[in-house]
Ligand binder design. Structure first.
Ligand SMILES: C[S@@+](CC[C@H](N)C(=O)[O-])C[C@H]1O[C@@H](n2cnc3c(N)ncnc32)[C@H](O)[C@@H]1O
Length: 330
């Protein structure tokens, strides 16, 4: 899947680097990425200047937007008639999740963004003033520490994108309880596609299922499937790199692949189950090997050319797609 930033957001993000030289942007990107890896502290906070915001806008927003768009698309795919009216974006950053949601569901009427970092809020709010989408334009941005925040109100859709990894593990359980209470329908969680990111998603999923929720994607089986300790379910989304993006990362390729793990949970189960491709399909002579998560757990299935229509479908699927394989062969 290739996901591009909407033109409007791309242009608005470019304004974040007004007055910041190429060299300063590249330096800020390196420093920011080092702080991410080391873990920010009160003495060495993540964002320390306007150049840091510009670096985040250039080097992370295209990727977090793409991964969030892909995860929200999975929800829209399995519930095509659903239209959320309200969205709560927790740890909203510059608001990439809200932009993605407004692209997929233009009918969203109310958006609330929570973040602890005042600079992110100021920049995210400024980006929102550049759009004519009514809910995005009038989104409510609130400075709030998720670990303590009271989550007032109720929301059709709640989003935690790339934020759990920044929260003390011992605080996540009670945060999820509060988020789930504030969610009237669906909760979408996205983390980096690393073993740690996946395990955070998996723990959260188990907690929400214990609270009465259901997994809609990526793998809607009941009880939830177990992934062996040495493995982790993750997906990949491709995004183009703008000149500023390449500059910020000191990179030459004009695209990158963002790996992410995600889960879509809801208060009601889907009426159907399906299988999803969880690795790149392996195409061999006359056969395609698909690694699937199915309603009975992880399985590798081999689709032979002799299977006609099923083989044609298998040729078209990609890592991350739904593949209905346990229906009768055509
Ligand atoms: C990696 S950014 C992700 C931003 C956005 N969700 C995205 O996908 O681009 C994490 C965000 O979570 C915020 N954050 C981290 N810990 C937080 C906390 N305890 N309370 C509120 N926000 C927090 C940070 O300020 C930052 O904006």
């Amino acid at each position: 899947m290739l996901v591009e930033l909407p033109l409007h957001l791309r242009r608005a993000l470019e304004t974040q680097r007004d007055g910041i030289s190429d060299a300063e942007l590249a330096r800020a990107t390196r420093a920011l990425s080092d702080r991410y890896r080391a873990g920010a502290t009160d003495a060495d906070p993540l964002l320390q200047s306007q150049a840091d915001i510009a670096a985040y806008a250039a080097y992370r927003v295209p990727a977090t937007y793409a991964a969030t768009f892909a995860a929200l698309s999975a929800l829209r795919e399995v519930r095509p008639d659903w239209q959320p009216r309200s969205l709560l974006d927790l740890g909203a950053g510059l608001g990439s999740g809200m932009w993605a949601a407004s692209t997929l569901w233009p009918g969203i009427e109310r958006m609330v963004a929570l973040d602890a970092e005042p600079r992110m809020i100021a920049a995210g709010r400024a980006l929102c003033t550049t759009t004519t989408h009514p809910a995005l334009h009038s989104a409510s941005w609130r400075q709030s520490d998720l670990v303590q925040a009271e989550l007032n109100g109720s929301f059709d859709l709640s989003l935690l994108a790339y934020v759990l990894g920044e929260i003390e593990p011992e605080s996540i359980g009670q945060l999820i309880e509060r988020v789930w209470t504030a969610t009237t329908d669906a909760l979408v969680v996205i983390e980096p596609g690393t073993p740690d990111g996946f395990r955070r998603v998996e723990r959260l999923r188990d907690q929400v299922i214990a609270l009465g929720g259901f997994e809609l994607a990526p793998c809607p089986h009941d009880p939830p499937g177990r992934v062996p300790d040495h493995d982790w379910t993750h997906f990949s989304v491709r995004l183009p790199r703008s000149r500023t993006h390449r500059l910020a990362k000191d990179a030459e390729l004009n695209y990158e692949d963002e790996k992410f793990s995600y889960v879509v949970l809801a208060r009601a189960p889907l009426e159907r189950t399906y299988s999803r491709v969880v690795r790149h399909p392996q195409v061999r002579k006359g056969h395609i090997y698909l690694q699937l998560c199915t309603k009975t757990g992880a399985q590798t299935v081999v689709v032979s050319k002799r299977e006609g229509a099923r083989y044609s479908r298998a040729r078209k699927v990609a890592w991350g797609d739904i593949f209905e394989w346990d229906d009768p062969p055509e």
